[in-house]
Design a protein around this ligand. Sequence first.
Ligand code: G3P
Ligand code: CA
Length: 281
Amino acid sequence: MPTPKFFQGILLLLPLLVGCSMSEGFRRQGFKIIAHRGASKDAPENTLAALELGIRQGADGVEFDVYKTGDGWLALMHDKDVLRTTNFKDVFTDGRSAKVSELSLAELRSLDAGSWLSADYVGEKVPTFEEALEKLRGRATPVIEIKPEDIGQDVAMIVQKLAIEKEVFVQSFSPRAISDFHKVLPEVTTGYLTGSKVSDDSVERAREHLRIARESGASVVVCNYKLADREYIEEIHRNEFFVWVYTVDDAAVMRLLMERGIDGIITNVPSVLRDLSGRGK
Ligand code: G3P
Ligand code: CA
């Protein structure tokens, strides 16, 4: 089976691992544009419309967030509850909980997840995890963020069922979620998400992030962009890991991070990053 395009950066880093030098341009061939919650500036986050727009705006990978419903289904949502991104309050007036973990899939699917952003998206549904994976299959890499720390194995079993182990990237702020995922699918590439400053010393910070990433089995550190100065990025690379940042929408900041050698940027505006990285439309 050919190596999926999204993971070719791993091969491009091999010269570094054996001590050779590598030009910035060469490394940049492995640079990843990742749409955050889909192309979520222009379309409602974590919906199929946002995933589709992420692909159309040139993203290599499309990030989304996964929760588990009260009746055991995996579905896309960023917050613990559905209040910010659906019309829950108009639909359910009986005072029930708006937490994803306390709603059934049928209840979740009865909500409108688009109209809060724009009238253009009235009727957009909350997608199931499987629907999101099918939408992206063969088109862009699903960048799956596991939100609750106890659903790592549920996520892995769906990836296994759809036989897309070689096509997905999995990330979490929870080391437990990553290691649980790896108990089922150890071969899948994963990322440790962090916004923790740890130290004013960039190298110390990188080493602490690397320690946690290593322990959970991740090979990419995905950090808040404010933490990724040049020394930090160099230390991550020296340890044979990749480093991505979230969430950057400003072109000047994107350019600066690319100059520092960042391996991937997660953005709400993939089209801006696509144009900046010279890939055209
Ligand atoms: O992909 C990284 C980023 O999505 C993490 O933060 O809060 O948007 O899920 P958040
Ligand atoms: Ca996320």
